[in-house]
Design a protein around this ligand. Structure first.
Ligand code: PAF
Length: 282
């Protein structure tokens, strides 16, 4: 397994291999790797000769300096973990300077309105930061395929839009949410949960499942009110939003149509840790 921290070196390494017809899958991450990431890596290895994993805590996608500071950074452990998966993994763990030079600023993007919903309303500039880093990483790594988890469903939709708008020659693959046995969606942030919050957090997925059942007979508004009530009664978790959205536009559903596909989305705080999750409804 090779670890690169310099973009020129990894570019050279990849372009030499690509010239021989070798294919690359790409899993961009911010590190603190868990089984959810590993499932993306395995998917990449099953469909490409090599898997490139980038490990970079991207400063331009954080709207909160404290969150950026506290984000777990565990590079040595991450590299060790990847070694247990396969030797055909290439790690790219750049510095902020290698990516941004002296100007760690996000570009501004239009994602045809997808960026204004949900996470976009609560995390100012977040998707400009994500768009900036993913576009740069795609340019450096030039993968054939890329793999993103559906836990960040809106991010996945935005990256598909980025690739379409900029004609980037990369296939974007969405992969199913990986869950702990408790049902809690795997996230690097889970390592920061205090024990009582860790026990409480699966309530998010349980509520999504209950919402799905109710959506069979009730309106989106009724289900939303019901979910808001469940969280209002909860002692530890604080709901930021619950939205039932059309998966094409990510806009909240007003009136149900049997011709559309919907998903329920939750963002909630467990102490100061922000957790998100979502579930397909039909
Ligand atoms: O999902 C993430 O971990 C990040 O948003 C990504 C895609 C690696 C960009 O920094």
């Amino acid at each position: 397994m090779t670890v690169f921290s310099n973009k020129t070196e990894i570019q050279k390494h990849i372009s030499e291999k690509k010239a021989k017809g070798i294919t690359f899958g790409f899993v961009p991450t911010m590190g603190a790797l868990h089984d959810g990431h590993l499932s993306l890596v395995k998917e990449a290895l099953a469909n490409n000769d090599y898997c490139v994993v980038s490990i970079f805590v991207n400063p331009t996608q954080f709207d909160n300096a404290e969150d950026l500071k506290k984000y777990p950074r565990t590079l040595d452990q991450d590299v060790k973990l990847l070694k247990t998966v396969s030797k055909d993994i290439i790690v790219y763990a750049p510095s902020v300077k290698d990516i941004y030079g002296d100007n760690a600023k996000a570009e501004h993007f239009s994602f045809d309105g997808l960026e204004f919903e949900m996470e976009g309303r609560f995390r100012q500039g977040h998707f400009d930061g994500v768009g900036t880093i993913v576009k740069r990483l795609f340019e450096i790594v030039t993968p054939n395929n890329s793999y993103f988890g559906e836990k960040d469903f809106q991010q996945l939709a935005i990256i598909k839009k980025l690739v379409e708008k900029y004609n980037i020659p990369v296939i974007v693959n969405g992969c199913k949410i990986h869950r702990e046995t408790s049902g809690l969606a795997m996230s690097s942030r889970n390592t920061r949960l205090k024990p009582n919050y860790k026990i409480a957090a699966p309530f998010i997925y349980k509520t999504l499942k209950d919402a799905k059942e109710k959506f069979g007979t009730k309106s989106a508004n009724e289900v939303t009110e019901w979910v808001e009530k469940q969280f209002a009664k909860h002692k530890l978790l604080e709901l930021e939003y619950f939205i039932i959205a059309d998966i094409e536009t990510l806009k909240p559903v007003k009136r149900k149509s049997k011709f559309k596909t919907y998903r329920a989305f939750i963002a909630a705080y467990a102490d100061d840790i922000r957790l998100i999750d979502n579930l397909a409804l039909n």
